[in-house]
Write a protein that binds this ligand. Structure first.
Ligand SMILES: [Zn+2]
Length: 202
């Protein structure tokens, strides 16, 4: 008999989900990742459904795959990746699906140092740099959230600040936002989280 999404929802809190991400990221930073490949014997159980414990919106940059950064395996994270970790209609729909159907208790927007998409937006703002049509749409999305970034600061300082502001902007535009707070800034990734639940699902 098929189980409903509610039956399949993980019974952990947002804080517990965050602790799992933090622990996985610390293992990654120590070079002690547990996840070394696909465990074939686990595939049949995954085929019957998914119970990701967190939803991650991250950048498409090849250097920041959430599954590796947080040392997770198949079925553990619901990941949406797009350059600049921006919210578009399709991205919002994916996030809403994760919240309303998969009931992931935690939502994380993962920004990263030296983001090229954010840098492109800063370049357009400072120098009027033009981009190809679809890239321009992406840049416009990022530019909308950079109002608090001081153009008088150094380029490096602006980029650092812009990455953070871009993450805040995405959190604020997420479809299921309830409360947002900063999570730890790790050595190589800054991230913000939004809890979809403060308690385990009933
Ligand atoms: Zn990026």
């Amino acid at each position: 008999m098929a189980t409903s999404p509610d039956d399949q929802a993980l019974r952990i809190s947002a804080d517990e989900a965050l602790a799992r991400l933090v622990a996985g990221n610390e293992r990654f930073l120590r070079g002690e990742s547990h996840w070394i490949g696909v465990h074939v014997e686990a595939i049949p159980s995954l085929a019957s459904g998914q119970q990701p414990f967190a939803t991650i919106l991250g950048c498409s940059d090849s250097r920041v795959p959430p599954e590796i950064l947080f040392d997770t395996g198949l079925g553990e994270l619901f990941v949406v990746r797009v350059a600049g970790n921006v919210i578009s209609g399709e991205v919002a729909g994916s996030l809403q699906y994760a919240g309303s159907h998969l009931h992931t208790p935690l939502f994380v927007v993962l920004g990263h140092e030296g983001c090229g998409a954010v840098q492109a937006a800063l370049s357009t703002r400072a120098h009027g740099t033009q981009h190809r049509s679809r890239i321009h749409i992406l840049v416009e999305n990022i530019l909308a959230g950079l109002g608090e970034v001081d153009p008088g600061e150094s380029p490096d300082a602006q980029l650092t600040r812009a990455v953070e502001q871009n993450v805040r902007w995405a959190v604020g535009r997420s479809p299921n936002r309830q409360r947002a707070r900063p999570a730890s800034r790790r050595e190589r990734c800054g991230w913000w989280v939004r809890s979809t639940r403060s308690r385990p699902a009933a």
